[in-house]
Design a protein around this ligand. Sequence first.
Ligand SMILES: C[S@@+](CC[C@H](N)C(=O)[O-])C[C@H]1O[C@@H](n2cnc3c(N)ncnc32)[C@H](O)[C@@H]1O
Length: 325
Amino acid sequence: MTGGHFYSDTSIPDLYRWFATETASSPTWQQLSTWIAQTEDIWPLLDSLPGKKRQPNVFLATLRYLEGPTAPGADFLAWVQQHWPEIRAVVLARDTQTNEPGRCANLAPVLSSLGEKIALIEVGMSAGLCLFPDRYGYRWSLEDGSTVARGQDDVAVIECAVTGRSPVPYELPNVVWRAGIDLNPLNPSDPDDAKWLRSLVWPGQATRERRLASALQMAAAEDVVRVRGDAIEQLPSLIARAPQDATVVVMHTVVLAYFQRERRIEFEAMMADLPVRWLANEADRVLPGVAERIPSWDGPPSFVLSLDGQPLARTAPHGQFHHWL
Ligand SMILES: C[S@@+](CC[C@H](N)C(=O)[O-])C[C@H]1O[C@@H](n2cnc3c(N)ncnc32)[C@H](O)[C@@H]1O
């Protein structure tokens, strides 16, 4: 995860070479990114995109959104050249707002330990699919070979491998109120927003596609408070709207990397002062105060789950595992 300057300041071949390493789990995107990094004829178009709009993930999702080709070669280049005005318009209108309900497999056990009634506020909610940790089905497979199954199978079942010693019971939280903030909250019942979210799933990730489709359908029928705006500006007034008889938890997953560093420091300081519990699931160095407390790790790429600034676990990007620290 990388901030705006990286996208504006890095050359197109370097950006796509980097993205090819990021997309090892999606051979289609890896091959296409590698080809783009080597194909000079496409660079001027991609280079004409402004600032953070040069982010490879947004261009590649746009190909899916416009139902364009995804295999590298001359036909691909011709299609991009011919459709560039449409491509550019989508890239300028949209951002990476990937909404991954699988992350709830890492959030739910901690949330259930925080109180009998949870008022859940999500910073960077996208379409708000992580505001429903009580609504998915889970299969947590533990190190001793046993499985803990919880929740309903009718929306989505999330499989998660658990290692390390769990400090929490594997139960589902009782969420009595849900609210979120986003610079651009997406609406799960809007067909265009739903199509963009589906386009953001990398090709070949069928389990994620199915899970997203059923989570969108579930969330479309639910009532959630959606606040448009910047998290730091909107959070205090949103907290004041939460029910008084519930534990208020401010949660965010894979959001703070999109803030400038000074804003992250400001956000961290604000969270220390607010009368709420604070559950964060972010990359290693994103929260400076959490980063200095993280034990060393030589496992696979992961995020850090922290509660009130204390690291609790290492988590997989889409909820596939967590390792208690
Ligand atoms: C990668 S998405 C993650 C969505 C969701 N938390 C999840 O994990 O599935 C990051 C979201 O953060 C939002 N965001 C970025 N900066 C923000 C800010 N300053 N205030 C509010 N939301 C922000 C983006 O619009 C985007 O929807």
